[in-house]
Design a protein. Structure first.
Length: 174
């Protein structure tokens, strides 16, 4: 299996990072029953890696923005109750891929097409206080042709479930 990495360390402290431009976050005071989430990535590393992680920040913010019943995105680090850092992105090319033949509209790299099948792997770290959890997308190349957006959507579902399971604790005023 070939692995192409794009920034693999778990990253530095929360203060040294960037967030995606064009944010659509709501004011934290306007929705007190929702968990406030800040999404960002570390600003260090090779320029292509940083750009790639920023793209995943945008994808993850868009996916989390759809979870309106449970959370609200915030633009400022200090306004969050939960922070999510896009840690890295990798692409693997499995030695073997089993699955259905190419469907209409699928491009190169799709299952059954000419060229290798690629699996994208997105890793994020969710932090709440002293608690930290790492999430990886679970979908595989044969399950979805959506690439990085599909990976972000999968992680957004995992984060939403984590937040829902701990909502009362998170929203409890210290």
């Amino acid at each position: 299996m070939l692995v192409l990495m794009s920034h693999s360390p778990l990253g530095p402290a929360r203060g040294d990072h960037e967030r995606a431009a064009g944010s659509t976050a709501a004011s934290p005071q306007t929705q007190p029953n929702l968990v406030r989430v800040y999404v960002y990535t570390d600003a260090s590393g090779e320029a292509p890696d940083v750009r790639a992680r920023r793209d995943s920040v945008k994808d993850l913010r868009a996916a989390l923005a759809e979870k309106k019943k449970d959370l609200v995105l915030v633009d400022t680090e200090g306004d969050d109750q939960v922070s999510v850092e896009v840690v890295d992105r990798t692409v693997t090319i499995p030695k073997f891929a089993f699955g259905p033949a190419v469907r209409p509209g699928q491009g190169p790299g799709a299952p059954g097409s000419a060229g290798p099948v690629r699996e994208v792997h997105l890793r994020v770290r969710l932090t709440r206080g002293d608690e930290s959890v790492v999430f990886n997308n679970k979908n595989k190349a044969l399950e979805s042709g959506g690439g990085w957006k599909s990976a972000a959507n999968d992680i957004a579902k995992q984060i939403d479930k984590w937040i829902v399971d701990r909502r009362a604790q998170i929203l409890r005023v210290p």
